[in-house]
Design a protein around this ligand. Structure first.
Ligand SMILES: *[C@@H]1O[C@H](CO)[C@@H](O)[C@H](O)[C@H]1NC(C)=O
Ligand SMILES: *[C@@H]1O[C@H](CO)[C@@H](O)[C@H](O)[C@H]1NC(C)=O
Ligand SMILES: *[C@@H]1O[C@H](CO)[C@@H](O)[C@H](O)[C@H]1NC(C)=O
Ligand SMILES: [Zn+2]
Length: 442
């Protein structure tokens, strides 16, 4: 019910809008890595505020679990939960050879990304449209032998904080829209994730970086205007996940697997640990129960599940790549293997129900209502929304079904639809206000 209500708001937000022009609309999808939903609450963000006035703002959005960069970005591009699209981790790995590839190297492993689900670039191109991508995770890979028509992969050791580069990249994709007549482009910025990790989400450094993001949002909209795109271009700005503060100090009982009585690394043939709050284990033959029993309940802030018993809401179970034992910690804790090796002040990768894992969402353009705040929705819905804006048939996905809304909600009169919309927005707004009051202080 809640999900259905959220979807109503999402779809209604543009379905009720009257297209300004008969020309095909364009879509720019922007991701600011790790921009938590409430990062604009303690920083002056005039450009984000203006964008909300001129368009649609969601209270927050819910990413899929596992809340880390490559998997959640691929959900934005495909509308599928992670267990369904197969990009289940930032790192490619082989359990036979114990080989692992870093986040960056994994970008170039086609078999990792091209696992049966097509990103929107390829779907758009197959239907006669032109697509591009700049630095977005997944850009380097090919899918069924195809790549985005215009693409730029983030260089190795890229300085992802440089505001001058952010402006150049923005102008570059606006040029693609104008000069190459691209219909869809995805654009990625590596902040405020980096700063959130290094200094923590409550740091002055993070607030400064949010100001830089805000200036860039203004720059993106100005650049669209300068390139003569305002009437045709819809701009969606969101992120892959949020960020939370890691607890430090002698009073914090760290979670280190090697210190857990009854757990032995010799019972495990492959492990993915020391990666923020999450981990996966492949026990040796016959050792599953031993490993599971040793770890389950071993620490009050450690969650241990057999793959097939994973909590339903995480939707992180039904994929061959997910290992037999899945581990994650509560916010504030990270998961260590042999000894603590993680020193970030901020982390993500936690349960997607945690408010600190939720990203922000803004949209502006000819298809969107102005000055509309909508209730929260899952990021799997962004893909079918973008397909609808582009006028293309979506692939099988886990978001809202366009036909369902066409047959149901859109069949209602505009007035009834509008009243329903106002009702839902009002309800979710006051609900959230109450919740915020109880939970957060700033
Ligand atoms: C892992 O490595 C083994 C041995 O080289 C190979 O047979 C297997 O196909 C590899 N699996 C994957 C998923 O790459
Ligand atoms: C997805 O990857 C797995 C190995 O990780 C492989 O067994 C499977 O065939 C792949 N599926 C597709 C459709 O590419
Ligand atoms: C940022 O990038 C620009 C252009 O690529 C370069 O000229 C400038 O030196 C960089 N600034 C910093 C602080 O690295
Ligand atoms: Zn990220």
């Amino acid at each position: 019910m809640l999900r259905a209500a959220s979807l109503c708001v999402l779809w209604a937000s543009f379905v009720l809008g009257v297209p300004v022009t008969k020309e095909r609309q364009k879509v720019l999808l922007v991701s600011f890595d790790g921009f938590r939903w409430d990062y604009d609450h303690d920083v002056d963000t005039p450009n984000l505020d203006q964008m909300a006035k001129d368009g649609v703002k969601a209270q927050y959005v819910t990413p899929p679990y596992l809340t880390i960069t490559s998997p959640t970005h691929f959900t934005l591009l495909t509308g599928r939960y992670i267990e369904n699209h197969g990009v289940i981790h930032n790192m490619w790995f082989n359990t036979t050879t114990s080989e692992k590839k870093t986040y960056y190297s994994t970008q170039f492993v086609n078999e990792w990304w091209d696992n049966g689900t097509l990103p929107i670039w390829i779907t758009a191109q197959k239907q006669g449209l032109k697509a591009g991508s700049l630095h977005f995770p997944g850009t380097a890979s090919s899918y069924q032998g195809q790549v985005a028509m215009m693409r730029e992969v983030e260089p190795f050791l890229y300085d992802y904080k440089n505001e001058t580069d952010w402006h150049e990249n923005t102008d570059k994709v606006m040029g693609w829209f104008r000069d190459q007549d691209l219909d869809f482009v995805s654009l990625y910025f590596g902040e405020p994730d980096g700063t959130g990790h290094k200094y923590g989400p409550d740091s002055p450094e993070r607030r400064e970086m949010v100001k830089q993001v805000d200036r860039t949002v203004g720059y993106i909209r100005d650049s669209a205007e300068r390139h003569g795109l305002t009437k045709r271009l819809n701009i969606i700005i969101t992120a892959d996940h949020g960020m939370t503060t890691v607890f430090r100090g002698p009073q914090v009982e760290q979670i280190t697997l090697s210190k857990i009585p009854g757990f032995r690394f010799s019972d495990v043939s492959f492990q993915l640990l020391d990666y923020g709050p999450s981990g996966m284990l492949l026990p040796k033959p016959g050792k599953l129960e031993t490993v599971y029993k040793a770890l389950k309940g071993a620490h009050p802030h450690l969650h241990v599940y057999k793959k097939e018993e994973m909590p339903e809401h995480l939707r992180f179970s039904k994929n061959d790549r997910i290992l037999p034992i899945v581990l994650w910690t509560d916010p504030g804790y990270v998961l260590n293997g042999f000894f603590p090796v993680q020193f970030n002040k901020g982390e993500h990768g936690f349960d997607n129900q945690e408010m600190d894992m939720k990203p922000f969402f803004r949209a502006v353009g000819p298809a969107f209502h102005r000055n509309l705040v909508v209730g929260p929705f899952e990021t799997v819905n962004i893909y079918p929304l973008m397909c609808h804006l582009l006028g293309i048939e979506p692939e099988l996905n886990d978001g809202g079904n366009v036909n369902f809304w066409k047959n149901g909600f859109i069949g209602l009169s505009a007035v009834a639809g509008f009243l329903l919309l106002v009702f839902i927005v009002t309800i979710s707004h006051s609900f959230l206000k109450r919740k915020q009051k109880n939970q957060r202080q700033f």
